[in-house]
Design a protein around this ligand. Structure first.
Ligand code: SAH
Length: 264
């Protein structure tokens, strides 16, 4: 179980967002967020020295890891011999996952590099057809944002786009002192479970565009933010256009997109 390093500990590199988790109980708890339903593979993003990986390896599932840092990859190869064939030494944001997964479903998990957390979520959303479950740790504020509802001050693009396809649960908070080096902020663990029916009732590209345009100017009404779409006056008289984006629920954003689609 506890694998003793055959090699020096990896030196934390700031530009890679490296904060290594030191608390085995937290690592176990994060690994246990996976339901293991609906997939046979899990991909951990940014395993570092494998604190979370070792709990994934005990589960009845095939574990892959993707890690950009050569020093971490060397450490993993030396300490987790069975994992070696399933270590992908790449940048998650740039790598085509289907070179490995070939269209098969997978869960994503990680104590994610916080400097690219939104981009990780956006990439997972693009791949939603293959990703029934996604869980792991972000900066607390980002985890809260992803899970927040309309009316909350952190409700935004990530909340709406994620919750259109996934049920989002904020699970627990993790303090800075269990990391080396400690980050400046609290962390939060969440789980996203894909909805049974995650096909939108509207054009999906247009939905992304409308949500992004609306939140680019949070304080303005929808009518104002969507000016450049040249919508009919009749449509713009609809009360939904008098609201601000943070007041619209996910179903209302879907309805808004349907209305716009019919008007274009
Ligand atoms: N999971 C480990 C490490 C967390 S730190 C732990 O909990 O201790 C974040 C990890 O993500 C680091 O190992 C870092 O090298 C890796 N990482 C950063 N950017 C990455 C990217 N674009 N693709 C893959 N891994 C990345």
């Amino acid at each position: 179980m506890a694998q003793h390093s055959n090699q020096h500990q990896v030196k934390a590199k700031k530009h890679l967002g490296q904060h290594f988790l030191n608390d085995e109980a937290v690592a176990q708890k994060i690994a246990d967020t996976l339901s293991l339903n609906g997939y046979n593979n899990v991909l951990e993003i940014g395993p570092g020295m494998g604190v979370l990986t070792k709990y994934l390896l005990k589960k009845d599932i095939t574990t892959y890891v993707i890690e950009i840092d050569t020093e971490s990859v060397e450490y993993l190869k030396a300490n987790y011999l069975n994992l070696a064939p399933r270590i992908i030494e790449k940048d998650f944001l740039k790598y085509d996952l289907n070179q490995v997964f070939k269209g098969e479903p997978l869960a994503i998990i990680g104590n994610f590099p916080y400097n690219i957390s939104s981009q990780i979520v956006f990439k997972a959303l693009e791949m939603r057809h293959q990703i029934p479950e996604f869980s792991g740790m972000f900066q607390k504020e980002v985890a809260q944002r992803i899970c927040s509802k309309e009316g909350s001050k952190v409700y935004g693009i990530l909340s709406v786009l994620t919750q259109a396809f996934y049920n989002a649960e904020y699970l627990f908070t993790v303090p800075p002192n269990v990391f080396n080096p400690p980050p400046k902020v609290d962390s939060g663990v969440l789980r996203l479970s894909r909805k049974e029916n995650y096909t939108l009732p509207c054009d999906e590209k247009l939905f992304f565009r409308v949500v992004k345009m609306a939140f680019q100017q949070r304080r303005k009404t929808i009518r104002n933010s969507l000016k450049t779409l040249n919508l009919s006056d009749n449509l713009k008289a609809n009360s939904i256009f008098g609201k601000r984006p943070e007041q619209l629920s996910v179903p209302e954003f879907l309805e808004l997109t349907q209305l716009i689609e019919a008007d274009l």
